[in-house]
Design a protein around this ligand. Structure first.
Ligand SMILES: O=c1ccn([C@H]2C[C@H](O)[C@@H](CO)O2)c(=O)[nH]1
Ligand SMILES: [Zn+2]
Length: 130
């Protein structure tokens, strides 16, 4: 993974609105257009109304006209790694392929690389389950 994707995820994390969990997360997608789309988690006083960093990044990608996740980085401040939650795995799978790589990062860089099919085995997506 090139450094710009990691830096984009880390920069996005700085925009997290996470006053309730105090758990900022950043995500960055490299799409098929070669561009990077990033996002952070955005919480709400009505707790279930908040959302994760990954869908923020996906929203930016879709609104720019791109639809394919080539690779993706996720970073959080407070855990060694932030594996995307179950709901995010389903959202990522919608725009990824089985072999799409997802990089789990900490402040120093990529700590673990997983494919989409490793993150969401037997997922409800035809290109993942074949
Ligand atoms: O995949 C994940 C998991 C959690 N969070 C956010 C949601 C919430 O704001 C905070 C604590 O759960 O972390 C993400 O952004 N992505
Ligand atoms: Zn999530």
């Amino acid at each position: 993974m090139s450094h710009d994707l990691f830096e984009a995820a880390r920069a996005a994390m700085a925009h997290a609105y996470a006053p309730y969990s105090k758990f900022p997360v950043g995500a960055a997608i490299r799409a098929e257009d070669g561009r990077i789309y990033a996002g952070a988690n955005i919480e709400n006083i009505s707790f279930p109304q908040g959302w994760c960093a990954e869908p923020t990044a996906i929203s930016h990608m879709i609104m720019a006209g791109a639809t394919k996740i080539v690779e993706m980085a996720v970073i959080a401040e407070k855990l060694p790694l932030c594996p995307p939650c179950g709901g995010c795995r389903q959202k990522i799978a919608e725009f990824a392929s089985a072999k799409t790589q997802i990089y789990l990062c900490d402040e120093t860089g990529v700590k673990k690389t997983m494919t989409m099919e490793e993150l969401l085995p037997h997922g409800f997506a035809t290109d993942v389950i074949g």
